[in-house]
Design a protein around this ligand. Structure first.
Ligand code: DAH
Length: 328
């Protein structure tokens, strides 16, 4: 028995010494010391031994197991430290994986640019709700209840009194109710209309509203402001045309056209509505119409983006196809 233990231990120690990686070593450990391992099963054989030989054999077996266990532990340590010293298998000189920085969508880019231009002329930025009271979107802007101009701006009704705003113009009223003149604001944001969707119509789009109120403001102030703005945005050489028009909340009202030349076509392009703030609107905001005068304007931001970048279809602005967006 002693001999058997001795030779089994020697075999175990030599296998441990030869193990070249931690996995192989673990297999060797299990082979000898595991629950069904070779040394472990010798231990079970002790029971059938002569009682006189048993203590000596038992001690020899325990020593053998201890020796193998110590050898395994030492070998694990040396294999692991050899692994740490192994040459690096990653190449630190390879270029990194580039992360693509995000960027602003083309619409907010234009919004920022427009607000920046007006900021330079002393305008600050105001915001208003997209879910708006009919009262602000229509009634207080001087649209009578059954007036046909409401049809042009049919929208989504939340209930009889609440609509998805069809225009940024209600911000004029909200701002005037909270502030005293003189004031100069621009207010960009989303608007909604019940539209048949096609290349130039969407049911959601962006507008930017402008409002200037003080004493003795004239149509000439409106025209010079719009000229200065368009020249800053599109270049000093751009030509504008002011056409008489009708809006319920301005009197007189105009539409502004921009002369645009591109490879495909050239002509007058309608870019905004504008006018002198109607006295009823001042009265509805709590201002004395005899004391104050002002002008307002509103334009479609999508249209400006499309003209600026030659975008042929408004739907491209809302599909969020990265191949499209990455161009800006
Ligand atoms: N809110 C008008 C629209 O959506 C645009 C507009 C016209 C705004 C004249 C104005 C304005 O402030 O004075 O069609």
């Amino acid at each position: 028995m002693q001999q058997q233990i001795q030779s089994m231990m020697e075999r175990a120690l030599s296998e441990v010494a030869q193990a070249t990686d931690p996995d192989a070593l673990e297999e060797t450990r299990i082979e000898y010391l595991g629950r069904k391992g070779k040394l472990t099963s010798l231990l079970r054989g002790l029971g059938s031994m002569d009682a006189a030989e048993r203590p000596a054999a038992g001690q020899a077996l325990n020593r053998a197991k201890e020796a193998v266990k110590v050898a395994v532990d030492e070998r694990v340590t040396s294999l692991l430290s050899a692994q740490d010293d192994a040459p690096l298998t990653i190449d630190l000189t390879l270029p990194g994986r580039a992360s693509r920085p995000g960027s602003l969508h083309v619409l907010p880019q234009i919004i920022e640019e427009i607000c920046e231009i007006f900021h330079g002329m002393g305008y600050s930025r105001a915001v208003g709700p997209e879910v708006e009271l009919d009262e602000f979107n229509f009634a207080k802007l001087n649209f009578p209840d059954d007036h046909p101009s409401r049809d042009l701006q049919d929208t989504f009704y939340v209930n009889d009194a609440v609509v998805m705003r069809t225009q940024t113009s209600p911000v004029q009223l909200r701002y005037m109710q909270e502030h005293e003149p003189p004031l100069a604001i621009v207010s960009p944001g989303r608007v909604y209309r019940h539209e048949q969707i096609d290349a130039s119509h969407a049911a959601e789009f962006y507008q930017i509203e402008g409002l200037f109120v003080d004493h003795d403001v004239s149509l000439a102030d409106l025209k010079s402001t719009i000229h200065a703005f368009i020249h800053a945005l599109f270049g000093e050489d751009k030509k504008l045309r002011f056409r008489p028009h009708f809006f319920p909340f301005t009197e007189p009202s105009v539409e502004v056209d921009l002369w645009w030349e591109s490879d495909r076509k050239s002509g007058w392009l309608e870019i905004m509505g504008a006018g002198m703030v109607h006295p009823h609107v001042f009265a509805n905001a709590g201002y004395d119409p005899d004391r104050y005068t002002g002008f307002a304007f509103g334009m479609g931001i999508d249209r400006i983006a499309m003209v600026r970048h030659g975008i042929p279809d408004i739907r491209l602005l809302y599909e969020n196809d990265l191949r499209f967006l990455r161009q800006f």
